[in-house]
Design a protein around this ligand. Structure first.
Ligand SMILES: *Cc1c(COP(=O)(O)O)cnc(C)c1O
Length: 417
């Protein structure tokens, strides 16, 4: 349980901060995402204090979890935001985020999204291709504005993570090859409505070693000096996100070790450092509560069929990801091995394989470490309404998103006349 300091058993009952999870299941129903305000706050502060005297901005990666209560909490702490769509921009603004602390990433920003972001006066566009740079220049010119830009370079380092979440290899779709970046910075001076202010990279997600981060920042460092020798001044370096968390048995670097390793080389430049953490801020701050509907025995396996499914938490189906699954009321006798599966009509619909539990119908289980890429990746597959989300703050529980209804789901559909 050491990975979840605010999630612990008291007299065999699992709590979030001062609230028993059985109480939340009773009040709000299942499935339900539950977040700890304290864990989010502590993680943000760990990043912030680790930078010590270095000029820095932490830009939370909104795609990890975009609930506006979470965005608002982070905004109040002083956090900035890394967005990848116009929709995420509108969420951040609605949540009270400071536009001057927003960076806009992504390979496919469209005209409307660029306009929205220019109107909002965001801090920086992280541009991922020459075609995008030209489009942005033209739109900014039409609007009579200057766009602040970092090129996102692809440093070609192996993040040693799951291939679906590795982004910094030369064969990936992300960023501009590092060897082209210098040319683009220098030949794009005639783009009159672009101002280069930064340099950006993001090499992947759920990294459990510091080596690839250090390798990437070394390559960024030498690129900066080449660019600056051509007379272009870089104000900030954005080193992306990607720090991993402990889901199971991973040994991950601490937030402090991570930040220190980034600063070791870079801080000599005396430039502002941006980072874009998502998972490391929110992943271990949330869990998914689910109820066991049925137990089913086949000659081969025992199944615990629960009311949450791959549409609610896609990571096991998508990445074969491991999430610890804990009983809300602990019972260590007569455990059996279960496949924890959902009601969806797909064999890939599982939350965990081969888990030792004492389980009966009606038991409540907590799928741990689901704060990041849980709710934000959820869908309505099988016409399943998306679940409720609650935030625990000490002994208070706040509903931060109502459970969807079938009416919400079909509201925009129309039958032929
Ligand atoms: C997804 C993403 C992040 C966040 O990654 P984490 O692994 O959640 O920290 C940061 N920057 C960019 C550009 C991303 O696409």
């Amino acid at each position: 349980m050491s990975g979840f300091p605010s999630f612990e058993y008291r007299d065999n009952e699992l709590y979030v901060e001062s609230v028993p999870l059985s109480h939340i299941a009773k009040t709000f129903g299942t499935p339900c995402y539950v977040y700890s305000k304290k864990v989010i706050t502590d993680a943000y502060q760990a990043f912030d204090t680790a930078f010590a005297d270095n000029d820095h901005l932490i830009c939370y990666s909104v795609k990890a979890n975009a609930n506006i209560a979470i965005l608002n909490l982070l905004a109040r702490l002083g956090c900035g935001f890394d967005i990848v769509s116009g929709g995420e921009l509108q969420r951040v603004l609605k949540a009270g985020g400071d536009p001057g602390k927003i960076v806009f990433s992504g390979v496919g920003k469209n005209t409307e999204e660029m306009r929205l972001a220019l109107t909002a006066k965001i801090l920086c566009f992280n541009v991922e291709s020459e075609a995008e740079l030209n489009a942005l220049n033209q739109i900014a010119a039409e609007m009579g504005k200057i766009a602040s830009v970092s090129l996102r370079v692809n440093p070609d380092v192996d993040a040693k993570t799951h291939p679906y979440i590795s982004t910094g290899l030369k064969e990936n779709k992300f960023g501009i090859p590092i060897d082209d970046a210098e040319r683009i910075y220098t030949t794009s001076q005639e783009l009159t409505h672009i101002r280069f202010t930064g340099l950006d990279c993001h090499i992947g997600s759920q990294l459990t070693e510091l080596g690839p981060f250090v390798q990437a920042s070394d390559r960024i460092l030498s690129l900066v000096s080449r660019i600056e020798s051509k007379g272009i001044e870089i104000e900030h370096l954005d080193l992306g996100g990607g720090l991993g968390i402990r889901y199971h048995e991973e040994e991950t670097p601490s937030i402090q070790e991570y930040v220190e390793s980034l600063c070791t080389n870079i801080s000599q430049l005396n430039k502002r450092i941006l980072i874009e953490p998502g998972r490391a801020l929110i992943g271990n701050a949330g869990l998914l509560l689910t109820r066991v509907e049925y137990l089913k025995q086949t000659p081969d396996k025992n199944f615990a069929i629960v009311d949450a499914a791959m549409n609610d938490l896609m990571r096991p189906a998508l990445y074969d990801a491991y999430h610890e699954i804990l009983p809300v009321i602990k019972n260590d006798i007569n455990k059996e091995t279960y496949q924890i599966v959902g009601p969806i009509c797909e064999t890939g619909d599982f939350l965990g394989h081969d888990r030792e539990l004492n389980s009966t119908s009606g038991d409540i289980l907590a799928v741990m470490s689901s704060g990041a890429y849980g709710m934000s990746m959820s869908s309505n597959y099988n016409t399943r309404p998306r679940v409720a989300e609650v935030m625990v703050d000490g002994d208070d529980v706040h509903l931060i998103r109502e459970r969807e209804t079938i009416d919400h789901l079909i509201a925009t559909e129309k039958i032929l006349p």
